[in-house]
Ligand binder design. Structure first.
Ligand code: PMP
Length: 561
């Protein structure tokens, strides 16, 4: 069965037509696969934000006039819809905040204040930094112990969660879906393990809320957090659900206006729930947009939408798993909508740059999950993430681009690599075949990129120089540079895990290797970089890679004079 034969009741095209960004001329060819970072906004949400400012802007609560009443009503209505969205028992259980990050900070701050030294918090290695760092900060302040669910190469074995639960466990804060791998834990199984224990269970539902209908009562968690911008709502607003009795017992996390009932000079009486946790002016336009996002989602067949996303995901995994020189880190099962992988013969950033050249938006890096990525043995991964508007054509364009990338970055000469590994750590690279005119004459970015890849092959792998001492600072990927001077001329050897940086290094060395100090000083690298048409296409950090190498090389030359 080919992907074209597959049919789901969810039409990505119809869904997509509600998102003005895709209709803009400059975005006509955009393939947006960075939905785990943030989704696009439908017209309903954009209009609600604009309408708030256009028609009814006023602050809530504090003023007694028509617009203020209207704004207050809008906020409380949005709260009721939020309660319905998560199936909370009442809107008193919904606290608005800036996003999942703020919600998790609030929870860490308020819950840990009531703990005793030595009490334990259970986390997992797959958590977003937002669900790690706040707990680390409070563990330090209150002398608490952090425990981690057992894992294999960073992937938690949630079925072994009970091994970490003891009579000092007070908080278990776990993801409802990983933003790095898409992995969705079996939350019902986790609930089962936690039932009847004297602890609080926090679910980081940031990724979950975009892909599944959430029912906090059925889930049985004590707290649930998510950010609106991950489910087609505005940035700057998020939800914290908490059981009413628990929220009631927790101290507020920020002080200020709105969160008080009465203020004296030495003490204040706090407002009732949920306002106790909402100090200061709320992001009102964002809340108007959030209300519209709930309406928008309520109009969708969420089951069909999820089925569509899952079908795309299965296909992406199947196709990518057949490609050589590529390590797939995510799995198609129990996955909310993410495919994560790393090219074997190039840096993930090289692939992202290639995809960007075709206007395909993916994310590369550690995805705010450094412990996981580190444990996986990679420095970074490429992440493509789907949403309701992702089409089969989007995925096809993405896969085709990855296949093309593999053609462009065919494995480097293993004989040369082996020679280098054998011990000659200098191994002067032969750059004589490189022709600047060839690079300059390429018509478009894809061709220039190809040429740069060809250049990269002339820079051999040099394990002998890959040390902390030779590491070049300020380069996005790792790069190493060494220098020696002989008879008044300067010689360099360079290496990098990035093919693009190696290509750029070849370009640099073609201009400085074997030259005298005055020849090097006279060279105009800015001009060269611009003339070759490289500046406009290379991201800031990539071109910084070139400049980082250049800076280091010039420093060597200077200190050798
Ligand atoms: N947790 C997870 C799993 C996430 O994916 C994110 C956002 N990438 C966050 C927490 C933090 O969300 P925000 O930046 O919206 O506060």
């Amino acid at each position: 069965m080919t992907h074209h034969e597959k049919n789901s009741e969810h039409s990505a095209e119809t869904f997509r037509s509600q998102f003005p960004l895709f209709a803009q001329p400059e975005n006509r060819n955009l393939v947006y696969l960075d939905n785990a970072a943030t989704t696009q906004r439908p017209a309903m949400v954009i209009d609600a934000v604009a309408d708030f400012y256009r028609h009814s802007n006023a602050n809530t609560h504090r003023s007694s006039h028509r617009l203020a009443r209207q704004a207050t009503e809008m906020v409380e209505q949005t709260r009721q819809r939020a309660a319905a969205f998560l199936n909370a028992r009442s809107s008193r259980e919904i606290v608005f905040c800036r996003g999942a990050t703020e919600a998790l900070n609030l929870l860490a701050y308020s819950l840990c204040a009531g703990l005793e030294p030595g009490d334990e918090i259970v986390l997992s290695t797959i958590e977003h930094h937002a669900n790690l760092v706040p707990w680390q900060m409070m563990a330090e302040r209150y002398h608490l112990q952090l425990r981690y669910v057992p894992h294999t190469a960073g992937v938690p074995q949630f079925d072994r969660l009970d091994e970490m639960l003891g009579n000092r466990t007070r908080i278990v804060s776990l993801t409802g879906g990983s933003n790095a791998l898409g992995l969705r834990p079996d939350l019902a199984a986790i609930a089962e393990k936690l039932r009847g224990r004297h602890l609080h269970w926090v679910v980081d539902g940031s990724q979950l809320a975009a892909h599944e209908v959430v029912d906090v009562q059925a889930l049985g968690c004590d707290f649930f957090v998510c950010s609106a911008h991950k489910f087609y709502g505005p940035t700057g607003v998020g939800l914290l659900y908490g059981r009413e009795a628990l929220l009631q017992a927790m101290p507020p996390w920020q002080g200020g206006g709105e969160m008080i009932a009465e203020v004296g000079l030495l003490h204040s009486v706090y407002a009732d729930l949920p306002h106790k946790f909402e100090a200061g002016t709320s992001p009102l336009a964002g809340l108007a947009g959030l209300g519209a996002a709930f309406d928008f989602l309520a109009q969708q067949d969420r089951g069909a939408m999820a089925a569509h996303e899952q079908a795309l995901l299965q296909w992406l995994h199947r196709e990518l798993s057949q490609l050589p020189h590529l390590r797939l880190l995510s799995q198609p099962q129990h996955n909310l909508g993410i495919v994560a992988f790393a090219p074997v013969d190039a840096a993930p950033a090289d692939l992202a740059l290639w995809l960007d050249g075709r206007d395909i938006a993916v994310r590369v890096g550690h995805h705010c999950a450094q412990p996981l990525i580190r444990a996986s043995g990679e420095g970074a991964t490429v992440r493509a993430s789907v949403a309701g508007y992702t089409t089969w054509q989007d995925c096809e364009a993405f896969l085709e681009a990855v296949r093309d990338f593999q053609r462009v970055t065919e494995p480097v000469d293993s004989a040369a690599a082996a020679a280098a590994a054998a011990g000659d750590d200098w191994l002067a690279d032969d750059l004589s075949a490189l022709r600047l005119e060839r690079l300059a004459s390429q018509r478009n970015w894809q061709d220039r990129y190809r040429e740069l890849m060809r250049w990269s092959k002339s820079i051999t792998t040099k394990p002998g120089i890959r040390s902390a001492q030779n590491l070049v600072q300020g380069c996005e990927s790792e790069a190493w540079l060494v220098h020696r001077q002989q008879e008044g001329r300067h010689y360099f050897a360079v290496d990098s895990d990035s093919r693009v940086v190696r290509g750029l290094a070849a370009l640099l060395l073609s201009q400085i290797d074997g030259r005298t100090g005055s020849q090097i000083a006279a060279a105009d690298f800015d001009r060269l970089f611009a003339d070759l048409g490289l500046r406009q296409h290379l991201s800031q950090s990539r071109s910084n890679g070139f400049y980082a190498l250049l800076r280091q090389a010039l420093q060597f030359v200077e200190s050798a004079q």
